[in-house]
Design a protein around this ligand. Structure first.
Ligand code: G1P
Ligand code: ZN
Length: 543
């Protein structure tokens, strides 16, 4: 079988964003669009001949078609082995785990994460390096660069590969192996968590509901929660991955995971509720009628880590993205370990984890993870919580409230203005940028501005610099407002406004976050003129 060299012309829009290249399915369906990007990935890599590539996705529309294309191109480009999840499925954290376990050269994740799927929905492709994590900016920049100058790509003419059967096939010199997408991941979870304690918890009548949102975690959650840990059948809802996620928006937050939210806030709710997103790296955690913010979740996991076998020796450090609340910082202070503040996006945690500077990482955007892989990991966070619940034998709400009593509460919320006109959103940020230099020392009611800046980051390991990562305003009482534009959207722009205040007074811990933050919310609008620029009178999603 010969290698085919296909002539192509560059697309101008293949710049990877916060998490790979994400576009409408219809964009990816353009002739050579995917091929150009895949060849640009390979052209940015050195010395992968004969090495292993892992490929899988969240099962959304176009997943299987894209996998066939990628396999053929990986063969033509000289990979020695390609590991592909059965039926083209691999959750993002499972792909990361598999790269690490089999010492693969890298992997390709096909997903647009929590964005809706289907013919009218989104698709995405991301390259992960040999540590299992998303490629750092120097690699994504190189991919973009190659995509701008591409003139040809390599592929082979061969029949479609049967993705449904586990087994090996040889194409030219490449071994293509279809693997069980769940087994390696489940094994890793069993090493980290006290499965027998969690089993006992479920045996004692403890009930939970896990909403897989018709996305990738269905098969993982059924195997681990129902089969291995003995949770009753039916614990996992919406457990069959569908190409369009059942028409839903597979984002585990209070707005989109409403089925779970209704169950958890309804009568006779189970003790624990959780959901994961399209590709399985996000998580939302709920108690009975009680929502745990992702920032609090990171802090609670950190504070209780030594109760979990995989973390019994303690944490090297904690890392959180800049807009994530400072709740984890309080735990780090108490544990006398460092807490790193990184730009938004999981790729910034990779170096810290590799250098063993941090063990747990988290983002306010429902992402939590650790050094076990190099992606955030939804089901891992759920198992971590289950392990803590099995040890404490207290409710989720009690665990969080006791945490607040000890460390204080970082009241937190994010307001998203989705699908805003891009020009208007850029103008808002531009205007903020100009306002910023005058803000320091200014007083707004009880709020005195202590600092305001455009967040930049110097990676402590490789000293690489990332600038323009969001505008932040810090007040003297520890409150913060952060503004940034999303780097993952596919339509218009999304303005994210992150609001946080610190409340040490336990008598106020029961108060509603939106009410507690009302003054800051008003202030954010006043400073950034949100209503004027976006032409919206309220955010589209509040989390
Ligand atoms: C969003 C989240 C960010 C997360 C990313 C990928 O990016 O805010 O924390 O890492 O999705 O899941 P954004 O759209 O804000 O650029
Ligand atoms: Zn995701």
């Amino acid at each position: 079988m010969d290698i085919k060299i296909v002539t192509t012309t560059a697309f101008t829009d293949q710049e990877p964003g916060t998490s790979g290249l994400r576009k409408k399915v219809t964009i990816f369906q353009q002739q050579n669009y995917l091929e150009n990007f895949v060849q640009s990935i390979f052209d940015s890599l050195d010395d992968f001949q004969g090495q292993t590539l892992v490929v899988g996705g969240d099962g959304r529309y176009y997943n299987k078609t894209a996998i066939q294309t990628i396999i053929k191109m990986a063969v033509a480009n000289g990979f020695g082995q390609i590991l592909v999840g059965q039926n083209g499925l691999l959750s993002t954290p499972a792909l990361s785990a598999i790269i690490r376990k089999y010492q693969a050269f890298g992997g390709i994740v096909l997903s647009a994460s929590h964005n809706p799927g289907g013919l009218q929905g989104d698709f995405g492709i991301k390259y992960n390096i040999s540590n299992g994590g998303p490629a750092p900016e120097k690699v994504t920049d190189a991919i973009y660069e190659h995509s701008q100058n591409i003139t040809e790509y390599k592929t082979v003419a061969t029949d479609s590969i049967d993705l449904s059967q586990i087994g090996k096939t040889k194409i030219r010199d490449t071994l293509v192996e279809i693997i069980d997408p769940v087994a390696d991941y489940a094994e890793l979870m069993e090493e980290l968590f006290d499965f027998s304690a969690i089993k006992q918890l479920f045996n004692s009548g403890f009930k939970m509901c896990f909403d897989a949102m018709h996305a990738i975690t269905g098969p993982y959650a059924k195997t681990i929660l129902e089969q291995k840990l003995g949770a009753v059948t039916g614990t996992v809802i919406n457990g069959i991955p569908l190409e369009d996620f059942g028409g839903g928006h597979p984002d585990p937050n209070l707005t989109h995971a409403h089925e779970l939210v209704d169950i958890m806030y309804g009568k006779n709710s189970p003790q624990f509720g959780a959901a994961s997103d399209g590709d399985g790296d996000r998580n939302m955690v709920l108690g009975q009628g009680f929502f745990v913010t992702p920032s609090d979740s990171l802090a609670v996991l950190a504070a209780n880590a030594t109760l979990v076998p995989g973390y019994k020796d303690g944490l090297a450090g904690i890392a959180r993205s800049m807009p994530t609340s400072e709740a984890a910082d309080h735990v780090a202070d108490a544990l006398k370990i460092d807490c790193y503040e990184t730009p938004t996006g999981w790729k910034f945690f990779g170096n810290l984890l590799d250098a063993n500077l941090a063990t747990l990482c988290g983002e306010e955007s429902f992402g939590t993870g650790s050094s076990h892989v190099r992606e955030k990991d939804g089901l891992w966070a759920v198992l971590f919580w289950l392990n803590i619940l099995a040890v404490h034998k207290k409710s989720v709400e009690d665990i969080v409230r006791e945490h607040w009593t000890k460390y204080g509460r970082n009241v937190y919320s994010r307001h998203d203005y989705e699908g805003v006109d891009s020009k208007a959103a850029n103008a808002l940020m531009e205007n903020l940028y100009h306002t910023f230099s005058h803000l320091k020392g200014k007083k707004f009611g009880k709020y005195l501005v202590e600092y305001c800046d455009d967040f930049g980051y110097i990676d402590p390991v490789d000293r690489s610099i990332s600038q323009n990562q969001g505008m932040r305003i810090g007040f003297q009482d520890g409150s913060r407002i952060v503004f940034r534009l999303s780097g993952t959207g596919t339509e218009g722009a999304t303005l994210r406004v992150y609001l946080e205040s610190f409340e040490p007074d336990t008598t106020k811990h029961h108060l509603d976050a939106q009410k507690e933050l009302a003054d800051l919310i008003k202030l954010a609008d006043e400073i950034a003129d949100i209503k004027k620029y976006t032409d919206r009178d309220k955010p589209s999603v509040i989390t």
